[in-house]
Design a protein around this ligand. Structure first.
Ligand SMILES: Cc1cc2nc3c(=O)[nH]c(=O)nc-3n(C[C@H](O)[C@H](O)[C@H](O)COP(=O)(O)O)c2cc1C
Length: 320
């Protein structure tokens, strides 16, 4: 199964299904569950606090022997060279074999990580970013289409065109992110040039996700047009739930909340309408809460079902 798949070779997981890094959410409980189920969990490290990252890392190692990786959000880490060096040294000291970089230029870290034998994938939402990352030597890319949840590039392109453009331009393995919740989306991503998928919103609405049940329920209930792209000054935008708060900020009738307010108000407090919970267009495809194991199993089975369905289109005796 997944014979010759480069993402599986790099991650050492059973399936080329990655759980996207998400601040506060992609911690031990979720990461362990994803890796134990045969996917590949990514621990987020955006708190820039090694005490938290070390605690979560240790907890994952205690929970499972399955492989997992760590995400480095470049922009959050850079600026303090001593702190940066401490984080990279810590990673190398833990024997982490797979790192993703996001939100910034991976060039700062790639050589040092690769010299130590670490596989590095970079997350990007643009063709330009993909080329740049490959030029500095990354081993693979996570290509995020405009459907994705979270902070978005203002020059965003949707996955259908973006994946094909990146596949034409580079040879490294591509993991598709954005709009994928199951095997059908995974098969489509593979047809467009991906060798793996990353899912964020789908894993937020999982039993093992640490967020408040109201947030999970809001994702399950969101219709296909239920997300909203909000300006996120100075340049970026962010995709999340179309809540009363998001609409009021966009209309200029309500002040923006401070950065961590959604974490307290929604993740912990469960207030969906007065916060801006991140969610991708994929939320409209999520119709129920599932365990992580069911998400991975259903995705793998659905993937092969789609591959068989498409292969059967040939019919017996068709040429070539
Ligand atoms: C709740 C939530 C929080 C996120 N936080 C981050 C983050 O901290 N850093 C990051 O690089 N991406 C973040 N993302 C984006 C994901 O990494 C990924 O690109 C996206 O979820 C893919 O689209 P999907 O949600 O449709 O699967 C977040 C996504 C969600 C749903």
């Amino acid at each position: 199964m997944f014979e010759g798949n480069r993402v599986v070779a790099h991650t050492r997981s059973r399936f080329p299904i990655i759980q996207a890094p998400m601040t506060w959410i992609a911690r031990s409980q979720l990461v362990s569950a994803v890796s134990a189920a045969g996917g590949f969990g990514l621990l987020e490290s955006s708190a820039r606090d090694l005490t938290v990252t070390t605690r979560e890392f240790t907890a994952i190692r205690e929970n499972t022997t399955a492989p997992f990786g760590v995400n480095l959000p470049v922009r959050f880490l850079q600026g303090d060279p001593a702190e940066e060096a401490r984080i990279i040294d810590w990673l190398l000291g833990q024997g982490v074999h797979f790192v993703t970089t996001s939100a910034g230029d991976p060039g700062r870290y790639v050589q040092k990580l690769k010299d130590a034998g670490v596989i590095v994938y970079h997350a990007t939402a643009t063709l330009h970013g993909a080329r740049k990352a490959v030029n500095v030597g990354v081993d693979g890319l996570i290509v995020e289409g405009a459907e994705s949840a979270g902070v978005r590039n203002p020059d965003e392109i949707h996955s259908f065109a973006l994946l094909q453009a990146v596949r034409e331009a580079v040879d490294v393995p591509i993991v598709a992110a954005g709009g994928i919740v199951d095997g059908r989306g995974m098969a489509a991503a593979f047809a467009l040039g991906a060798e793996g998928v990353a899912m964020g919103t789908r894993f937020v609405a999982s039993v093992e996700s640490p967020v408040h049940d109201n947030y999970k329920a809001a994702i399950v209930e969101t219709p296909i047009n239920g997300t909203f792209l909000m300006d996120s000054p100075p340049r970026a935008r962010a995709r999340g739930l179309r809540t009363q708060y998001a609409l009021a900020v966009a209309a200029g009738t309500r002040e923006r909340l401070p950065p961590m307010a959604t974490l307290d108000g929604l993740y912990v407090g469960g207030d969906v309408q007065n916060t801006f919970g991140m969610a991708g267009e994929s939320a409209g495809l999520i119709h129920g809460l599932k365990t992580v194991q069911a998400i991975i199993d259903d995705t793998v089975h659905g993937f092969w079902r789609e591959i068989d369905r498409l292969a059967a289109l040939r019919g017996p005796g068709s040429p070539g």
